[in-house]
Write a protein that binds this ligand. Structure first.
Ligand code: NAD
Length: 471
């Protein structure tokens, strides 16, 4: 049985003050594999105090010193790449394909932040005045389970670049991944108190971070509901907030796209992280004239796609993280059926041979109306909605008819046309002809998908407070 019974505070792995335990459950078979001890308010306050103390000197470090710390971190993370990937697969059932990509992106993200920092000027001139970009203070980092260490690396490398110190509260379902990440930060030799990790529940550890007056900013990734609670709580002490929230991203296939390429790519984009991804392309918008052809390619693609053990290199869809998440996805499939959407493939039965785990069949609804709940609400599982449109204008209208605005996708045989359509969509990131990630390009949401941006200069500025000095 595994035991996670320390947390990383003030440069040491310490025994938590909290005593509540949390069962570690393998999502592949729902067997208990161990226990984690969760932190409480006292643990959180200890971590914040350590970060506050460390801020006094860390905020005064030079750009070169911060670059050196990030370079050391890069070496350690690269060395632990396999461990970091394997523990993701094991802990939440992320597919090996997805988790390998995430660890590779961690390395790219640190490299990109080093480059950004090299080129960034903390003293700027506007008009006749000087503007100093000052570290915002202690940052509370609250993140979800679905790509935990990826979020930690993005946010902490930005915080380090900005001269901020941090307290990280990962999901209670990510304690094993957090343990390895904390070891990486420890080995990178950052001064004590600069980075602290407190495992625990949202309404205990997360709530303390939200109300504590010594925290100046919260960088949150998670659901829109919790993001709103945090923003409301944070305003009492006027904390800065960045919120990376949910999505219901549209993927427009234009009538000149090569369907044999665009449809399988669209399915891959919808089932990213087994559908448990904020940027998953869960609404596939296709010309009504091509609906039958799209349906046929989509069905064939899913039939040849593996749902199964996440450790297998060819698995595209692994288990849902928990029984609760599994039930939630099944509920949405039932809702879709009741709403009258056509079930093209998948459904509520467990895939054969995978009865023990939280596996859901790769599911596609077609002829979906954008007003249906399955087209409006974030399902967070392998459920794709195919929505027919009449013309380009109609496609853009459907794409924008959503509460969210995190990501979008456009496929076309004509790049200029794709750009023209992309420019009309209200979303923070829009990919043309496929899925891509760029570690220097802003990521974040319009509308209910959040506030603020991460990555590159846009991300760095979110951890800095401009101070103008006028003569
Ligand atoms: P969640 O919102 O339930 O939890 C996120 C974090 O908030 C967890 O650490 C949780 O413990 C904490 N939390 C819960 N209640 C809290 C409270 N009262 N005060 C402070 N903290 C609290 O999200 P989840 O279920 O872990 O993750 C899935 C959600 O995350 C989805 O909605 C998904 O779209 C979103 N997400 C967004 C992005 C993005 O970049 N936009 C990326 C990944 C996931």
């Amino acid at each position: 049985m595994k035991s996670i019974n320390t947390m990383y505070i003030n440069g040491e792995f310490v025994t938590p003050h909290g005593t509540t335990t949390f069962d570690l459950i393998n999502p592949v078979n729902n067997q208990k594999t161990g226990e984690a001890v969760l932190g409480d308010e006292i643990d959180t306050q200890n971590a914040i105090t350590a970060a506050k103390e460390a801020f006094k000197t860390f905020s005064k470090t030079t750009k070169q010193e911060r670059i050196t710390y990030l370079e050391k971190l890069l070496v350690v993370i690269s060395k632990r790449e396999k461990d970091l990937t394997d523990i993701m697969v094991e802990e939440y059932g992320g597919t090996f394909q997805f988790c390998s990509m995430v660890t590779q992106n961690m390395i790219n993200d640190i490299n990109a932040m080093i480059d950004t920092l090299k080129d960034f000027d903390f003293e700027q001139t506007t008009g006749n005045s000087k503007v100093f970009l000052q570290s915002v203070g202690v940052v509370g980092i609250i993140i979800p389970w679905n790509m935990s260490n990826g979020f930690i690396v993005t946010k902490l490398s930005t915080a380090i670049a900005a001269g901020c110190t941090s307290v990280v509260k990962p999901s209670e379902m990510s304690t094993q991944q957090t343990q390895i990440m904390a070891e990486c930060f420890h080995e990178a030799g950052l001064p004590k108190g600069v980075i602290n990790f407190v495992n625990g529940l949202g309404d205990i550890v997360g709530a303390e971070i939200t109300r504590n007056p010594d925290v100046s900013k919260i960088a949150f990734t998670g659901s829109t509901v919790v993001g709103k609670m945090i923003a409301k709580g944070a305003v009492d002490t006027m904390k800065r907030v960045t919120l990376e929230l949910g999505g219901k991203s549209p993927n427009i296939i234009l009538d000149d796209a090569n369907l044999e390429e665009a449809v399988p790519t669209a399915i891959f984009a919808a089932y990213l992280n087994s559908g448990q991804a904020c940027a998953a392309a869960t609404r596939l918008l296709v010309p009504v004239s091509k609906l039958d052809e799209v349906n046929a390619i989509a069905k064939a693609t899913v039939q040849n796609m593996k749902v199964g053990n996440p450790k297998d290199a060819d698995t595209v869809v692994g288990p849902m993280v928990s029984k609760k998440q599994y039930e939630r996805v099944l509920d949405y499939i039932r809702i879709g059926q009741k709403e009258g959407a056509v079930l093209l493939t998948g459904g509520t039965d467990k895939p054969e041979g995978l009865e023990e785990g939280n596996f859901v069949k790769a599911t596609i609804f077609t002829n979906v109306n954008n007003n249906m709940r399955i087209a409006r609400e974030e399902i967070f599982g392998p459920v794709l909605c195919i929505i027919p449109y009449n013309d380009e204008k109609h496609a853009v209208a459907i794409a924008n008819d959503t509460d969210y605005g995190l990501a979008a996708y456009v496929s076309s045989g004509n790049k200029e046309r794709a750009y023209r359509v992309a420019s009309q969509i209200d979303a923070g990131r829009i990919c043309i002809n496929g899925i891509s990630h760029d570690s220097k390009t802003p990521f974040g949401g319009f509308k209910q998908s959040g506030i603020g941006r991460e990555y590159g200069v846009f991300g760095l500025e979110e951890y800095l407070e401009p101070k103008a000095i006028l003569e």
